[in-house]
Each structure stands twice: as C-alpha cells, then as structure tokens.
Design a binder for this molecule. Structure first.
Ligand SMILES: NC(=O)c1ccc[n+]([C@@H]2O[C@H](COP(=O)([O-])OP(=O)(O)OC[C@H]3O[C@@H](n4cnc5c(N)ncnc54)[C@H](OP(=O)(O)O)[C@@H]3O)[C@@H](O)[C@H]2O)c1
Length: 266
C-alpha cells in the first residue's frame, strides 16, 4: 500500500485521512482525496498534506488503495464513475449497510474489497472498528490496511455476516453511552448536585471507569465486585438497576439495532 485515496472527505473520510496521514508519512505512503464539496476537500487536504484530485476517476487512476467514505445513498453513482479504473486495486468501504456483494455488483468485481464499520469516536482516534475482508487478500496486505485503520482506534477482524451485530453494538453504542451519561447527570441533579457539576462528574465517571478496565485488563464483573462492599451504597444502587433488568434492556437494545441494520441493508 503506497498510494491511498479517500473518496468523500466528510466526518469519517476526513478523520481517516487526517489520522492515517500521520502514520503514513513515516511509511512513505501518499494520500489523495476527492469530494464534491470543494471547500471541504481543500481544507482537509491542506490540514494533512494530501493531494486534492480533480475527480473520483482521477483519484482512482492515481491510487492503489481507495477508501470509499460517501453516504450509502450516493455510492452507486461513484462506483459507476470509477468502475473501469478499479481493476486490480483495493477498495475499502466505510459505508454502513452496504455489503461486499453489492460493492462487487456495482463495479467492484475486478478489485480486492474490504468493508469496515467504524463508530463516532473514530473521529478522535478512539473508535471501535470492525473489518470484514473480501476475497484475495494476503496476510501482508491485510496488516497494512489494519495499520492504517488503527489510526482511528481499535480494530477487530470479523466475518461479514457479523457486521449487522457490530452496527448494533459498537456502531450504535456511542448513543447508548451518551444516554447513560445524560441519565447519570440528571440523577445527580435529582439528588441536589448543580447541573454542570453533575455532568462533569457523570462524564468523568464513564471515561475513568472505561479507562480503568482497559488499563487493568479486568473483567467488568470483577471490577464491579471491587466496589461493592456488603450492605453498602453501590450494591443498593445496583440492586435497583438489576430489579429493572438493565442488562436485559441493553441486550434487547443491541438485538433491536442489529435487526434494524439487517432490515436496512436488505
Ligand atoms: N459518521 C459516523 O459516525 C459513521 C459511522 C459509521 C459509518 N459511517 C459511514 O461513513 C460514510 C460517510 O459518513 P460521514 O458521516 O462521513 O458522511 P459525510 O460527512 O456526509 O461525508 C460524505 C462526503 O462525501 C461527499 N460526497 C457526496 N457525493 C459525493 C461524490 N459523488 N463524490 C465524492 N464525494 C461525495 C459529501 O459531500 P456533500 O456533503 O456535498 O454531499 C460529503 O462531503 C457513510 O457511508 C456512513 O454510513 C459513518
């Protein structure tokens, strides 16, 4: 992987370009980008030293690895535009709900394909990403792509059949956590803490607890045991959560989001 091109420099494409360019510069990779929104294209390219292309087709001609980061509604037009140039190249799609077989049918039949599902924190390099490979990848080529993607966060490799479940878990997951932080803040206000202070405490509790699990490599059940003393305050709070079946609610939510992803993907 030497010449990387990003089609669509919006939220996801722009973030990937900016983050991957930092890793890529040291490895001698070059970056090209294209977006129909010219101002955005110039801005993103200037910020990371990428070259703006004149068109999607010109980008594909100039690159060997192409990241497709447009909305699913417009990808068929893009594929039509670039299909002839894709032969023997690599196409990595970040589009939610677009299968490898759809990419193949719409013009990606002569190139190597992969599909990734990032989530919102990828924009700050803290994403949870899943990658599903199409046919014809060598281990070396895979590890180069994984290295590039690691600029956006933690990457796991999974069969494509699990991409809807990934969408339900980590794709939709940030919203679940946002709701939890909001609820914890409201709870603080209900208990008499000023709102801005309650929010500060709630947010840091979530960040700190997640970081703690990661740094200590602890299973959450064990970490929970560490902070629940017999007859104490935390077990009293947990008892209420378990009485309402919080775990079951979260599991049902992920299953519902997974099913919805399946429906939308057709
Ligand atoms: N954002 C997320 O958290 C997230 C998470 C998982 C997956 N994704 C996937 O990532 C993809 C991009 O999402 P996003 O949030 O980054 O969208 P976005 O901010 O709208 O970025 C897409 C960019 O592509 C441009 N574009 C539209 N048509 C084009 C064309 N024919 N050729 C070149 N560029 C074109 C858009 O310009 P205009 O604005 O002028 O249309 C926009 O600048 C989507 O497929 C989405 O499913 C996003």
């Amino acid at each position: 992987m030497k010449r990387v091109g990003v089609i669509g420099t919006g939220n996801m494409g722009g973030a990937l370009l900016q983050r991957a360019a930092q890793i890529g510069k040291m490895k001698g990779w070059s970056f090209t980008a294209y977006d129909i929104e010219k101002e955005r294209l110039q801005e993103v390219c200037q910020s990371c030293g990428a070259t703006p292309a004149q068109s999607n087709r010109a980008l594909v001609e100039a690159c060997d690895t192409i990241v497709l980061a447009v909305k699913p509604q417009v990808y068929k037009d893009v594929m039509k535009e670039v299909a002839e140039e894709l032969k023997d190249k690599t196409l990595i799609s970040v589009m939610a709900g677009v299968s490898l077989s759809s990419l193949k049918e719409t013009g990606g039949g002569s190139c190597r394909l992969a599909r990734i599902m990032p989530n919102l924190p990828a924009l700050i390099g803290q994403g949870a990403l899943a990658c599903a490979w199409g046919e014809g990848w060598s281990e070396e080529e895979k590890s180069e792509v994984l290295e590039m993607l690691s600029a956006m966060g933690t990457v796991v490799e999974l069969p494509e059949s699990l991409m809807d479940a990934v969408t339900g878990l980590s794709g939709s997951g940030p919203a679940y956590l946002f709701l939890f932080v909001e609820a914890l803040s409201d709870a603080g206000v209900r208990a008499g803490i000023p709102r801005d202070t309650a929010y500060k405490l709630a947010l840091q509790t979530v960040i700190g607890s997640a970081q703690f699990l990661k740094e200590k490599g602890l299973h959450p059940a064990l970490a929970k045991e560490m902070v629940t003393s017999p007859g104490g305050t935390t077990i009293a709070g947990l008892h209420v959560m378990e009485s309402y079946g919080l775990k079951g609610i979260i599991m049902d939510a992920v299953v519902a989001a997974t099913e919805r992803s399946r429906e939308l993907g057709g």
